[in-house]
Design a protein around this ligand. Sequence first.
Ligand SMILES: Cc1cc2nc3c(=O)[nH]c(=O)nc-3n(C[C@H](O)[C@H](O)[C@H](O)COP(=O)(O)OP(=O)(O)OC[C@H]3O[C@@H](n4cnc5c(N)ncnc54)[C@H](O)[C@@H]3O)c2cc1C
Length: 557
Amino acid sequence: MAKEAANVSDTPSRSVTGGRETTNSFDAVIIGAGFAGLYMLHRLRGLGFSARVYEAGAGIGGTWYWNRYPGARCDVESLEYSYSFSKELEQEWQWTERYATQPEILRYLSHVAERFDLKPDIQLQTRVTAATFDEAADCWTIQTDRGDRVSAQFCVMATGCLSAAKIPDYKGRDSFHGETYHTGHWPHEGVDFTGQKVAVIGTGSSGIQSIPIIATQASHLFVFQRTPNFSVPANNAPLSPGAKQDWQVNSAVYRQQARTVPFGMLFEQSEKSALEVTPDERQREYERRWQLGGVCLLGSFTDLIVNKEANDTATEFVHSKIRGIVRDPAVAEKLLPRSHPIATKRLCVDTDYYATFNRDNVTLVDVLATPIEEITPTGLRTTDAEYTVDSIVFATGFDAMTGALCNIDIRGRDGVTLKQKWAEGPRTYLGIMVAGFPNLFTITGPGSPSVLSNMAVSIEQHVDWIAHCLEYLRQHQEAAIEATVDAENAWVEHVNEVGNATLFPLANSWYMGANIPGKPRVFMPYIGGVGVYRQKCEEVAAKGYQGFALSSSAVAS
Ligand SMILES: Cc1cc2nc3c(=O)[nH]c(=O)nc-3n(C[C@H](O)[C@H](O)[C@H](O)COP(=O)(O)OP(=O)(O)OC[C@H]3O[C@@H](n4cnc5c(N)ncnc54)[C@H](O)[C@@H]3O)c2cc1C
């Protein structure tokens, strides 16, 4: 794009497509209208950039638009899992529960979209199919499944880390005569399982949230578990007036703390090793945090994710809890996670998950021992038995972090696709940009703290960084920014080094791409900590975008 175009907000050319008047040139195209896309739009518009958001869904909200399964709620506390950029927004919005439900979070995001008048620049029900970098003009051409073809100097991927739903390719999958659902594409009208025999496949976060509720409706629920997961009680409750008041008064301090701590969450972090205290002291600390509820168990000791022996103590504690809750010892044994250290897969937060297996109408099927062979017209067949059901719920997760990006035909320099570039695992600089793909930004991309953190904090940080970057380019009359290969290589090496110093690579997790057949086994997020990472990003910007090549357009003069 011409250098002048960096001085944005020239009147874009207009055309009429399919009865809709559309512009066909923007300073930025943003793909996705979840937490990230909404804030990105707000920030760019505030800086005078023209922007268009494309969103595949029929509504805004991203994760909270799609994941309407029973029991869906956040597992980072509502007060923290929200935007911090507007004091007014913060003061006027009242969360009702410690962990908000999906409908409440969706209402919040709709309120944000209304309040900041974002909707006019969002085109719904439009999936971006291709984004191609035009090297001569330093801009992106973006195409959609609705026939749009627009150009933009900058392309911001707000496509989400957990938005490409995955259903394993079971033999006979389409032969089933009953209803099938994926938790990430839940029907808007809801589903009433009353009187039905139901199969839930998968015991990750979505399975663990939905199973206790489906169990109260179904005549019988079969839970097909491949990998038992660690889950801690939410101890969810209505937010007390005192907690709300405290947040209103002190939110600025809390928000600032959240930006500097490792996971972007405000739980108390101990400074002791699990191995330096007595077994009694350790037990008391774990018990205290179990009673508090939520992921604060992770903060019990400093070394839980780096030292296997320390981690084993937390694992043992949760095992004893499961044994204490689940009455049938054989079922309890099956529920004990043994294949991975605690927290190396996303730690789940539940309400009555383990106790659900005490119900007479719930059967746990261990599909590691007896794998699913086939989906049949009437249900499922494992190597051991046939299960007749009315409905199947796939709580089988997502092609995480790279799925939504690689589903788009993104072509950078020399026509190289992002999929080709990432064939052996994602490579980014700071998780924000990719060498060979100028002016393309990935919000909470692989190589950033992203899914290991409170995403609201990480999203705001990336959006602000990108907004400052675009402002800088405009001020300095630069048309393009691109990660250098050297900076990218060094960052990838650093991300791997830090990841390999932890226990995370020991788990077959979606962090490692292990849930997708053929996906390279790489630990994708950055575990260096939200605070450390933010500082690094700020340093890079302060040094005139160190590790990036900035250029005026070839066609500028
Ligand atoms: C059930 C569930 C619970 C979660 N709970 C928490 C939590 O408690 N705390 C936390 O920090 N994180 C949580 N997460 C992670 C959550 O995804 C993030 O917190 C956050 O909502 C991500 O926002 P986003 O805008 O980056 O992505 P998303 O909300 O995923 O939005 C991305 C949007 O991009 C759209 N899109 C993708 N590809 C295209 C395309 N090609 N064209 C057009 N549109 C496209 C999608 O339709 C989607 O609407 C949870 C995730 C799930 C699935």
